[in-house]
Design a binder for this molecule. Sequence first.
Ligand code: MD6
Ligand code: FE
Length: 220
Amino acid sequence: MAADPLSAGLLGGLEPTVELAPGLLLARSFFDAPAQRRLAADVAQAAQAAPFFRPRMPCSGKPFSVLMTNCGELGWISDESGYRYEPRHPATGASFPPIPALALSAWRALAGAAPAPQACLVNYYDAGARMGLHRDADEGDFLAPVVSISLGDDALFRYGGANRSDRTKSVRLRSGDVVVLGGPSRLAFHGIDRIYPATSGLLPQGGRLNLTLRRVSPPP
Ligand code: MD6
Ligand code: FE
């Protein structure tokens, strides 16, 4: 059993975590450069078993601009039939690879007493990709937070309140940052307005990876 990455000193964590809104935390540079490289390599390995696919909007079937894959016991899927969690990859039919240990260490450090995450959605953004304002509301348990890891190019993250029409603010996320949506912000609207191309050398192909860890069902 490898040493816990937290105690092994792989994580940055030198900058204090800031609360952008009640329950919305930003842990700047949570992962230092070596940890980012290791996590990016873990994602590349996971994507060999569970290839990136292009999700589609419910009903309309309009393709997303991001590519997705998943790790963990459940994966988040979107297609004409709707948003849902499934235990198998939509193209290969295989179960998803395990959640990378470094991603789990961010959950342990930032998710408080929440039970273990069951899903790790991986989004890949190329230079033109974005993510519209949405809430993470397909889970059966909103007590646990959502923990979200940024790798690669910078991104403009927009966040608001519980209603789509609430006033929003924006913050630029960088590689190694971790965002937590919990407590009163667990169901806050949020999205990615744009990527800043070639702002990071982490990913050989450029672009940005986002890993969101979630508890899907209430603890037993
Ligand atoms: C992204 N993030 O950063 C998209 N969801 O690419 C999310 O959709 C997200 O950052 C829930 C909690 C935190 C997030
Ligand atoms: Fe989200």
